[in-house]
Design a protein around this ligand. Structure first.
Ligand code: PEP
Length: 266
């Protein structure tokens, strides 16, 4: 279902009316985690100023440590919905557990399945069953085949509104968090008709690499970029080191407006 075979054209997925696909370029930005209504709204304004058309933000956070901030859960979804109302930006947010799929689908415009859950087959089937667009991040050590088979679980439920997201895979270099696999972009476009975007924030784990990696993803032909932004990264409860400031997001916006046009995208 997700293979490029039998598809003459690559697909476009609409998220609250915003297209992600081959004929356009989409910037998604927002806080790693929803912390407060004020911080989420401020992040959304920075995202919007930079030209983002979709907001991101985690209400349920997959943290390595059980003692770390786990997200606001349902309250976080409500904050995101209020910010959508105030800014007009549709939002994507992660769902970690099948028990929360209904709540997330009720509030969000797109459901994200994160790297740690890429092969959580029950969750994939459940998000597939909601009929909402799904962003499927690549697993920490997933091959292209495994990633596409995970997408197939969603598609089998009758839902082909799937966007793949390359977010880096486990490497051996400690100074960066993950290895950004730029080959994944053209390879997914060869193997599948689904749109593919990149998340340089979770690949790099550090702010100063986010813009260069985003440029690399765009140059490789990505259909969009998703980045973390925070009004005060030093005070962020999750992943502050990788969050762009408003200024660095504007720098990314430069690349987003000029590079895709050079490659024939609007
Ligand atoms: C995220 O996007 O908030 C996230 C946790 O991403 P990943 O699953 O890629 O680590």
């Amino acid at each position: 279902l997700v293979s490029a075979a039998n598809h003459t054209k690559r697909s476009t997925v609409r998220v609250g009316g915003v297209p992600i696909g081959p004929d356009t370029f989409t910037l998604i930005a927002g806080p790693c985690a929803v912390e407060t209504p004020e911080q989420t709204y401020a992040s959304a304004l920075l995202a919007k100023r930079a030209g983002a058309t979709i907001l991101r933000g985690g209400a349920y956070k997959p943290r390595s440590s059980p003692y770390a901030f786990q997200g606001l859960g349902l309250d976080g979804l409500k904050v995101l919905a209020e910010v959508r109302e105030a800014t007009g930006l549709p939002f994507v947010t992660e769902v970690l557990d099948t028990k929360d799929v209904e709540d997330v689908a009720e509030h969000a415009d797109m459901l994200q399945v994160g790297t740690r859950n890429m092969q959580n087959f029950g969750l994939l089937q459940a998000v597939g069953g909601t009929g909402k667009p799904v962003m499927l991040k690549r697993g920490l050590a997933a091959t292209y085949e495994e990633w596409l088979m995970a997408a197939e679980y969603i598609a089998q439920r009758g839902n082909l509104d799937i966007v793949l997201c390359e977010r880096g895979i486990r490497g051996f270099e400690p100074s960066i968090r993950n290895m950004f696999d730029v080959s994944a972009v053209p390879m997914m476009q060869i193997l599948s008709h689904l749109p593919i975007i990149v998340d340089p924030s979770h690949a790099a784990g550090r702010r100063d690499l986010v813009v260069p990696l985003a440029r690399a993803g765009i140059a490789a032909g990505a259909d969009g970029v998703m980045v973390d932004v925070h009004p005060n990264p030093e005070a962020a409860l999750v992943d502050g080191a990788q969050a762009l400031t408003g200024e660095s997001l504007d720098e990314l916006a430069q690349a987003v407006t000029t590079l895709p046009a050079l490659l024939g995208r609007t």
